[in-house]
Design a protein around this ligand. Structure first.
Ligand SMILES: NC(=O)C1=CN([C@@H]2O[C@H](COP(=O)(O)OP(=O)(O)OC[C@H]3O[C@@H](n4cnc5c(N)ncnc54)[C@H](O)[C@@H]3O)[C@@H](O)[C@H]2O)C=CC1
Length: 395
């Protein structure tokens, strides 16, 4: 338990963190990586280069300071980050290292003397936060190890099959090298996939959502070759891989899953953000759930980028749900251009569905705003931001 004095000190620094958190976390990362370059494999260096990791960390630290006297409010944030950490095999021994450089960054950025009460309070508060994460992450590791077919740490898998899904998008089917069973997962979860990219000193890990239902012999991930290196280092590597090639895989993690089975569901995907939503849909279809009131929307650049079209058409025919496609440009689709309130109202009907959406950030931000204006309450909107966890602006 933190003392009343420590709580007050931490809360009093929250406004400062909101204002200067980015500068502090930038300093933190530069200190951390110069002393511990081996930790780079835990961080996606492309996100690092774009400053997203710093922004996400600053936001998390600010949230922690704000809610330090009501920790239950941090539950969703802790869960989201702990699942991401588990996909990267973050371990208890990483926390003291991170804590050391975070405190040094606070000290140096704010120009505080060693022994300043603000540093003492943050040292205690960080230890408390680290305990919360270590306990939550151990819970995820243990649950994954205990499942039938489960495991702990990175397990060797080989690529069983690769299928082209659209321009620049491939599905990759993975089987464990040991030939044993694989763990089930919650649709919407992702795998941490580690590869050794030739010419790079450290292994790279990325998260890829599982795109099929659980209960299969293989895990299917669907990967878009993202931009150029470094952003797309791993995805390009996977696109160049061949059946038989080995990758290392963490058990499925992630908390973007369907929360309520008793509500009408709408899924809205942007580009390759279709993957977790397709898994949710497949799982329901295979379970024999009634999908007749489900709406599945896929927004794509154009016909050439329209992934898994046949798979979805077949599913829609077999299960009678509504499958709508919006092309940003070019011929075809049920709508041309971005989604707007008119087309969303036409396709989704009354704002009483639980909406699950996933795609590029500007797409999710625009959708979050539009759905809010249409009367959807915040608890009806479920989304996953890939990369460092960042909250969309609440409406
Ligand atoms: N589980 C997850 O959270 C996953 C997340 N993703 C994310 O999804 C992203 C998808 O990327 P791409 O396939 O490259 O998408 P993209 O760049 O091809 O865009 C897909 C569609 O989103 C819509 N869109 C884009 N910008 C918009 C805006 N400003 N307003 C409204 N609509 C807009 C357009 O219809 C566009 O065709 C990835 O970058 C990744 O971050 C991908 C896979 C899984």
């Amino acid at each position: 338990m933190l003392s009343a004095e420590t709580l007050a000190t931490i809360k009093s620094t929250a406004p400062l963190l909101a204002e200067q958190g980015r500068a502090i976390t930038d300093l933190f990362y530069s200190k951390l990586f110069s002393e511990h370059p081996e930790l780079q494999h835990i961080f996606n260096m492309a996100n690092q280069a774009q400053g997203e990791q710093s922004r996400a960390l600053a936001e998390s630290v600010f949230m922690y300071a704000t809610h330090i006297d009501a920790l239950q409010k941090l539950g969703p944030m802790v869960s989201r980050i702990a699942h991401k950490h588990a996909s990267l095999q973050v371990a208890p021994e990483h926390y003291p290292i991170v804590g050391k450089y975070l405190l040094e960054a606070i000290r140096d950025h704010l120009g505080l003397e060693d022994g300043h009460p603000v540093l003492g309070a943050w040292s205690e508060a960080y230890a408390q936060l680290a305990d919360i994460f270590i306990t939550t992450e151990e819970g995820i590791y243990a649950a994954n190890a205990d499942k039938p077919g489960g495991w702990r740490g990175f397990r060797a898998f080989v690529i069983d099959e690769i299928r082209d899904e659209a321009q620049g998008i491939k599905s990759i089917y993975l089987v464990p090298e040991d030939g044993q069973a694989i763990a089930d997962f919650e649709p919407g979860q992702y795998l941490g996939v580690k590869v050794q990219v030739p010419g790079h000193a450290y292994d790279e890990i990325r998260q890829y959502s599982l795109s099929d239902a659980p209960g299969k012999r293989t895990y299917r991930i669907t990967v878009k070759a993202e931009g150029d290196a470094p952003a797309g280092k791993v995805s390009h590597h996977l696109h160049g891989a061949e059946p038989g090639d080995r990758v290392w895989v963490q058990p499925p993690t992630g908390d973007f899953t369907v929360e309520r089975e008793d509500r009408r569901l709408a899924f809205i995907a942007g580009g390759v953000g279709i993957t977790p939503l397709l898994s949710m849909l497949h799982a329901r279809a295979e379970r024999g759930a009634d999908l007749s009131d489900v709406v599945f929307v896929h927004c794509c650049r154009d016909k050439a980028h329209h992934a898994m079209a046949d798979e979805l058409r077949q599913l829609a025919r077999a299960h009678g749900f509504s499958y709508r496609v919006a092309y940003e440009r070019g011929e075809g689709g049920d709508h041309q251009g971005y989604l707007d309130r008119d087309v969303l109202t036409r396709w989704l009907g009354e704002p009483d569905a639980d909406v699950y959406f996933c795609g590029p950030r500007p797409f999710m931000a625009a959708l979050n705003t539009a759905l809010g204006e249409m009367g959807y309450r915040e608890e009806r909107l479920h989304y996953e931001v890939f990369g460092p966890s960042i909250r969309l602006q609440p409406h």
